[in-house]
Design a protein around this ligand. Sequence first.
Ligand code: BV8
Ligand code: ZN
Length: 251
Amino acid sequence: MTSADFQPKMVTALREAKKKTVLTGAGVSAESGIPTFRDALTGLWQHFDAERLATPEAFQRDPALVWGWYEWRRMKVLAAQPNAVHLAISALADRVSHLSLFTQNVDDLHERAGSTDVQHLHGSLLHPRCFECGNPFTLPDGIPEEPHAGRRLSPPKCQACGGLVRPGVVWFNEALPAHILSSAMESARSCDLLIVLGTSGVVYPVAHLPEVARSSGRKIIQINSAPSELDSICTWNVRGRAGQLFPTLLS
Ligand code: BV8
Ligand code: ZN
């Protein structure tokens, strides 16, 4: 497959866009072996749904269950490597004058692929903090034990106040970092092209970004291996694996 296999107008739009904004979701880390957000609820956590684990209330109700889930996911991230789509985004940034990268992912695979200035809309697994006082917590080196014994791991305690340490992610019903969200909204409004890779488009307010771009008259390319909530909003929908299609599209 080559870029000639794609719709010519889409390839032209990609090549001519001076200001590109990229929005990624769990689908771009899937090919690195990181379970997508919905898939992360399999195995030990198959009887839970995201909204029952990724909330402050869930953490307060059962801190060890929630911390165990996040440590299991962090273990997967530490054992993973960036894949072709992370590398393609990093290489694209070197070739164009203006590329903004916003991710919903809480891993560091974009950074490890060489992307700089990665805007994490939903926080990061790698920057935990105290649930009580917000004091950052430095995670021990090495890969955490997979919680074989069950799925509970007691969270560490804050050195400053003794409170429980929580993952540095944005949970449901928590506000996103305001400056990152407003920067993403502005970027969607003012870019020449929005490129959306590997997200189901289910979670707000991030899922609103493509609509912001469309209503500002921007073109939108989506690559997803399955239909998503964004299909009707995007100018071009490319069906398939981002790790295979995005590098080809850029070639
Ligand atoms: C807020 C961090 C207010 C934690 C996450 C009703 C309507 C609208 C909104 C709401 C509503 N009810 C409640 C809300 C608000 C709620 C929300 O949107 N709920 C949804 C479920 C309806 N949103 C919130 O609560 C947000 N906060 O609104 O706060 C507020 C304001 C002020 C003050 C106080 C409060 C916070 C949302 C953030 C939640 N945290 N993550 C963690 O990771 O554990 S969200 C989580 O799901 C992920 O971070 C990710 O961002 C998000 C969506 O996941 P995706 O990345 O899209 O992954 P998913 O698995 O869903 O899909 C993967 C896709 O990839 C699929 O489409 C698949 O086909 C594709 N794919 C797979 N492989 C490949 C591929 N594509 C290409 N190639 C492949 N190889
Ligand atoms: Zn504290």
